[in-house]
Design a protein around this ligand. Structure first.
Ligand SMILES: [Zn+2]
Length: 149
């Protein structure tokens, strides 16, 4: 299974807010397009809650078998939605907290348990129009790949 990492390109937010954004796009999604959202603690532009820094929320739900059924397909990466899990880190490109990156590593380990084998990439690896999504460095990507190997 492919796992594709995104950023929200916002300084704050959570799954509920992204759900609202995605339902209200010019071409609306039926619900949030990402499967998982990893918060940075900023729930809105004024309120930071440390306990939400690194907190993982469910976006588009998927069950715990090895398939992504049609009803579970995300809407996050052109051409990849039928065979990938989309994870969104709240934050602008490359602007993530340590706690978010730790939570991401833990989630990837869980996904590996579920799907057996996972391949990690970023949105920018699939879409030349999204060069800054999510903005993790090669070093950070290598660290994540090593963590789950
Ligand atoms: Zn993206």
């Amino acid at each position: 299974m492919k796992v594709i990492i995104h950023c929200s390109d916002s300084t704050f937010g959570n799954a509920a807010l992204i759900d609202y954004w995605h339902r209200n796009r010019p071409k609306p999604f039926r619900m949030i397009g990402y499967h998982l959202v990893i918060l940075n603690g900023w729930i809105d532009s004024k309120h930071y809650h440390n306990r939400f820094n690194g907190h993982v929320e469910t976006g588009r739900p998927f069950d715990d078998n090895k398939q992504i059924d049609t009803s579970e397909w995300g809407a996050h990466t052109k051409g990849q939605n039928s065979r990938s899990i989309g994870i969104c880190l709240i934050g602008e490109s490359a602007q993530f907290s340590r706690r978010q990156l730790s939570a991401l590593a833990c989630e990837l380990a869980e996904l590996k348990k579920q799907f057996g084998k996972i391949e990690i990439s970023q949105h920018s690896d699939h879409d030349p129009n999204k060069p800054f999504c999510a903005g993790l460095t090669e070093e950070q990507m290598t660290e994540l790949r090593n963590f789950i190997s």
